[in-house]
Design a protein around this ligand. Structure first.
Ligand code: PMP
Length: 375
């Protein structure tokens, strides 16, 4: 077996023990004589696994009793529309902070959803500069920079911009915005569960599973019960977030295999020491990588300001696109894959999610040093 060092942005590397467990249980899940994919979502073996996934999530993240944990489908992109559909009442405005391309996408979907349902959207703060192809995002807002209206339905942030490598709350200088009584909504698709966050500060957190917690096809939503109760009731049931909340995310057939894999990944995470251990491990990984960039300032350049540098997605440029192409090719020859930057921005992107082993970063850093010296 020749597994690569996988730096893909998502779907991304999964912990080997979680995959091995799935392999071992593939044909006979929990002694049921069938695979989890063949098992009824109402059967007791599946339900125990489903419950365990929710319980592990609550325990690892420290989810308070005020909040529900939901599994929904449609990808984080569906939540871009579903959140404003649920949370913006007629005549209300939802506010958005833009720190990259995913925030822009979330805003565009919210604009369409609220126009249809009698609400509106507003950009509370954007750190973007330039236009069109030249548009760039290199930072999260400073403390106090985001001014939220007291009557906003919510304030939406993209906790980590996967393409631009800009992340909130990595340093105390770039905290999540203070919102007073306005609910804070965060897209944590690419930085969910790499460190502890104070869930009570958020009205709603959502994350597509395919970066840090499992395969694609499941979105984890952590949402306050108060917001669920206040949510709109004039939507089809299937789009109301209270529907999964009232049915333990078993209203209709959930993506059972995906939830099973999330259980395996969370059990691995707990075994490793939970989120404190994971944060220390991830901060070390990022330090190795940014260290390799900063050690060769004439060769590598990270466009993101220091205070906002993402721990999960590290982006940087080489002197030319031809050098970047060679870099990707030579790294691949050494078993390191997934290093090409997003097609919209180019450059190199190293995604160093939870399952990416520290030793892979050490090896990549050595390679970066050699590559820069060779020129
Ligand atoms: N938000 C962020 C921050 C993302 O990185 C992505 C996917 N890369 C999405 C949303 C969209 O996720 P999905 O493909 O699950 O709709």
């Amino acid at each position: 077996m020749n597994r690569v060092k996988n730096f893909n942005a998502g779907p991304a590397a999964l912990p080997l023990p979680a995959l091995e467990r799935a392999r071992d249980e593939f044909l006979d899940f929990a002694g049921s004589g069938m695979s989890v994919m063949e098992h009824s979502h109402r059967g007791k073996e599946y339900e125990a696994c489903h419950d365990e996934a929710i319980a592990l999530l609550r325990e690892l993240l420290g989810v308070p009793a005020t909040h529900e944990v939901l599994f929904v489908q449609g990808g984080a992109s569906q939540l871009f529309a579903q959140i404003p559909m649920n949370l913006v009442q007629r005549g209300q405005t939802a506010e958005y902070v833009l720190t990259g391309a995913w925030g822009e996408k979330a805003l565009a979907e919210a604009r369409a959803a609220t126009a249809m349902l009698g609400g509106a959207v507003r950009v509370a703060c954007s750190t973007g500069t330039g236009d069109g192809k030249e548009k760039s995002y290199v930072r999260a807002p400073a403390a106090g920079e985001v001014k939220v209206s007291p009557d906003a339905a919510y304030l939406h942030v993209t906790s980590n911009e996967t393409i631009h490598g800009v992340e909130f709350d990595v340093t105390p200088a770039r905290p999540y915005p203070a919102t007073g009584s306005v609910p804070l909504v965060a897209d944590m698709s690419s930085d969910f569960l790499w460190k502890k966050v104070d869930v009570s500060r958020f009205g709603l957190i959502y994350a597509g599973a395919q970066k840090n917690i499992g395969p694609s096809g499941v979105v984890v939503v952590v949402v306050s019960k108060a917001l669920l109760e206040a949510g709109r009731k004039d939507l089809p049931k299937i789009f109301q977030l209270r529907t999964p909340a009232e049915n333990k995310s078993l209203y209709n057939t959930p993506p059972t295999f995906g939830i099973y894999m999330i259980r395996n990944v969370l059990a691995w995470l707990k075994g490793l020491g939970g989120l404190e251990a994971m944060e220390a491990r991830n901060r070390r990984k990022a330090a190795v990588l940014y260290g390799a960039i900063d050690a060769n300032p004439g060769y590598y350049r990270c466009p993101v300001e220091r205070e906002s540098r993402s721990v999960m997605n590290v982006v940087f440029r080489l002197p030319s696109e031809a050098d970047e192409e060679r870099f990707v090719k030579e790294a691949r020859a050494r078993g390191m894959v997934g290093l090409k930057g997003h097609r919209s921005v180019g450059g190199i992107r190293v995604s160093a999610y939870n399952a990416v082993e520290p030793a892979w970063l050490d090896e990549l850093a050595v390679f970066m040093g050699e590559f820069a010296r060779k020129g």
